[in-house]
Ligand binder design. Structure first.
Ligand SMILES: [Ca+2]
Ligand SMILES: [Ca+2]
Ligand SMILES: [Ca+2]
Ligand SMILES: [Ca+2]
Length: 348
């Protein structure tokens, strides 16, 4: 934190030297916390609000009447662009309908007491939405956030509340938010994410791989090396060569030692072309029976092997000596059918 303060101080000092501090709006935010310091909820987990929640600090010493102090309001990242546009006097062209956010400026400058009614976040096709009364997490569970809207940890599930007036009020709020989800549920039909490689029979093995090696059944192990054809493709193996993929290419445990400590990690190779649609889930287990994603990094380091594959290292977040997870396993999901976004360039 001190190091971060030091860097911010350097920015502020530089702006002072340039005589521009009074003419600058500093918007400071952060990536989602790591799992260690966010209690297993970091790294953009959509399943709980903690995975999505980030700080937002705004400092504008030259602006009179700027709202001061900590505020608990609904605001998300989509608000940053319209805020900056308003600060800089940029008007979006009429008919430009791609802005989901709302400028924070009227609220920040005290012209408006209220910013917005609800906020939204998504990852792949998981969606989270909330207002100051109810919250839906990325798995579709609804929570009562009415009593402590600024508390991001200890919500009661709507289903667990006794029937009555209070629950009915929350159900009304839920009914207001639910229809909004459909508008944004576009990942499979109108997403700007790069498409996975063409796969005519939809079995998860790209066309080029089946053209090269002949039609493949993803569940079959054609060369009897213990790796089915789907995973031969995923890990950059050869489905007709029992010596490929090698043990180094397949998921295996390694020990990592670096400045942050000693960790148990799962290492494997995968084709670079797979992209985010081939959803990797790493689970850990203390006893080889119960498996969980809690405490396991889902965003991992990746390094290109410069041969069309990349090496992935996914590690347990806690130090090895303290970690209770002793085993890791990998599941690679097959992509859903998707269509590319039909871009309309309204700014040209
Ligand atoms: Ca295929
Ligand atoms: Ca096939
Ligand atoms: Ca095989
Ligand atoms: Ca093989």
């Amino acid at each position: 934190m001190e190091y971060l303060d030091y860097h911010m101080w350097q920015y502020v000092e530089k702006l002072k030297q340039m005589g521009e501090l009074e003419n600058t709006v500093i918007i400071f935010s952060a990536d989602n916390g790591t799992q260690d310091n966010a209690g297993n909820f970091g790294k953009a987990r959509i399943t709980q609000q903690q995975g999505m929640h980030v700080p937002l600090l705004i400092y504008a010493p030259g602006v009179k009447n700027l709202v001061q102090g900590r505020r608990i309001i609904q605001s998300d990242f989509t608000d940053v662009l319209p805020t900056l546009a308003e600060v800089m006097g940029f008007d979006f062209p009429k008919g430009y309908d791609k802005l989901d956010g709302k400028s924070l400026w009227p609220y920040l400058t005290g012209k408006s007491k209220h910013h917005r009614d609800w906020i939204y976040s998504m990852r792949i096709d998981a969606q989270m939405i909330r207002n100051d009364k109810v919250l839906r997490d990325g798995q579709g569970t609804w929570y009562d956030v009415n009593k402590r809207p600024g508390d991001y940890h200890s919500f009661t599930k709507l289903d667990d509340l006794p029937n009555g007036e209070y629950k009915n009020m929350l159900l009304t709020e839920k009914a207001k938010l639910e229809p909004k989800l459909a508008k944004f549920n576009l990942y499979n039909t109108d997403s700007e994410a790069p498409l996975p490689p063409p796969d005519a029979d939809g079995d998860g093995i790209a066309d080029w791989f089946e053209e090269k090696h002949g039609p493949l059944n993803p569940k079959e192990d054609s060369d009897g090396d213990g790796v089915d054809n789907y995973h031969e493709y995923v890990h950059g193996g050869d489905p007709k060569d029992p010596k490929s993929p090698t043990k180094k290419q397949l998921p295996h445990l390694i020990e990592v030692s670096d400045a942050q400590g000693e960790y148990l990690a799962l290492q494997f190779d995968r084709l670079e072309e797979l992209g985010p649609d081939y959803w990797c889930v790493i689970e850990g287990s203390a006893n080889g029976k119960q498996w969980t994603t809690d405490g396991v990094m889902q965003q991992h380091t990746r390094r290109s092997n410069h041969d069309g594959t990349e090496r992935i290292v996914a590690r347990i977040a806690a130090d090895k000596s303290k970690a209770n997870l002793k085993q890791l396993r990998l599941t690679v999901h097959k992509p859903k059918k998707r269509q590319p976004r039909k871009f309309v360039n309204l700014l040209k």
